[in-house]
Design a protein around this ligand. Structure first.
Ligand code: HPA
Ligand code: ZN
Length: 349
């Protein structure tokens, strides 16, 4: 097995991280108190009880029920800024160099918080991360697929200015995957493209849903990558397409175990993806809920795939840089950092 020091020093990129999913239980309760939010009566009363409950999610929906209660304690621009800033500080110490982060404006606008307030809080934290920590980032606005697609279309329109000026770099689709297939959101994605033809597109697909949701996201929504996507391995033709068109899957190992997509990390079809040349990155999804940030995910995968040598890890890291939405200059910087780290630990190769 490669060393933990090597994994830590790799210049890591994260492409599947929900900023609201970084809300740690020890921040949730103080924020609820400060903002005068009454949590539901049946909600755990202490950090320890909440952590225990987080260890028992049955599936995606069970997690989402907690996740949306968590989002309800975020009110002011400063709350959003502090949340994202805490995330960036944490992952800086884990060797993260570039992050493309999701946020769910609809979980806030439906509570009367303007999209501009949410976005500004997150955006200023992203700018601060670049200035103070050297971490580059992009914001991806996700649509909640359990909501009426017409309301989602309205959200795209409300975000018109943020999409056209590039503050929102990409559009994603999250929340309960079944029974909300990608075809419901064709108009939303078309609208986003018409506002800004440069907009980047992705969607959660193939986590609990079938491989067909992955191919339909590619065909109908015209996404250039897929979040999760692990169920793609059940469709041979799709696998060939992912490899050929270099569609990256943003895989979330600890999340897949916590939401019972698989029973352990070794069952995630990472070896199949590697063998089929399907690019993937490793990500933390909702680290405060799933028990680990980016490096914890790398460590766990290394532990469960102990035969992977530095060449395999170097491929994963390279694919993750190349699949990012940063410009060529930044990609080249990160690729040379990767070469330096590999040369430091494996000078004879
Ligand atoms: N899947 C779908 N929706 C989500 C997730 C996830 O893992 N995290 C936050 N919203
Ligand atoms: Zn996710």
């Amino acid at each position: 097995m490669v060393s933990q020091d090597f994994l830590k020093e790799l210049p890591k990129c994260e492409h599947h991280l929900h900023l609201e999913g970084t809300l740690e239980p020890d921040l949730l309760f103080p924020l609820a108190k400060r903002n005068g939010i009454t949590l539901p009566q049946e909600f755990p009363q202490t950090v320890a009880e909440l952590e225990t409950r987080y260890g028992q999610f049955k599936d995606l929906q069970d997690f989402l029920d907690y996740y949306y209660i968590g989002t309800s304690v975020l009110i002011d621009e400063q709350d959003f800024h502090d949340l994202a800033w805490a995330y960036f500080q944490k992952v800086h110490s884990q060797g993260l160099v570039h992050a493309e982060v999701f946020y769910d404006p609809q979980s806030h606008t439906t509570r009367g918080i303007p999209i501009e307030v949410v976005t500004r809080g997150f955006e200023t934290a992203c700018q601060r991360a670049e200035r103070e920590l050297g971490i580059t980032s992009k914001l991806i606005m996700c649509l909640l697929r359990h909501m009426d697609p017409q309301e989602c279309l309205q959200t795209i329109e409300d975000a018109n200015k943020l999409i056209s000026n590039g503050t929102i770099h990409g559009i994603g689709l999250d929340s309960a995957e079944r029974p909300f297939p990608p075809e419901l959101f064709v108009e939303c994605y078309e609208k986003a493209r018409s506002i800004n033809p440069e907009i980047q597109l992705t969607a959660h697909a193939g986590e609990e849903g079938p491989a067909k949701y992955v191919s339909n996201s590619l065909d109908l929504l015209q996404v250039s990558r897929i979040d999760h996507g692990v169920n793609s391995v059940h469709d041979e033709e799709l696998m060939q397409r992912l490899a050929q068109e270099k569609i990256m899957l943003t895989v979330c190992p600890l999340s897949n175990v916590k939401l019972q997509v698989v029973s352990r990390v070794s069952q995630i079809p990472l070896q199949k993806l590697l063998d089929a040349n399907v690019p993937f990155s490793l990500n933390s999804d909702d680290p405060a809920y799933f028990g680990g940030y980016i490096l914890d995910n790398y460590y766990k995968v290394a532990e469960e795939f102990p035969h992977w040598d530095h060449k395999v890890w170097s491929t994963i890291c390279r694919n993750s840089i190349e699949g990012s939405w940063c410009d060529a200059k930044r990609k080249n910087e990160l690729l040379s950092r990767l070469d330096q780290v590999v040369a430091k630990y494996y000078p004879l190769n």
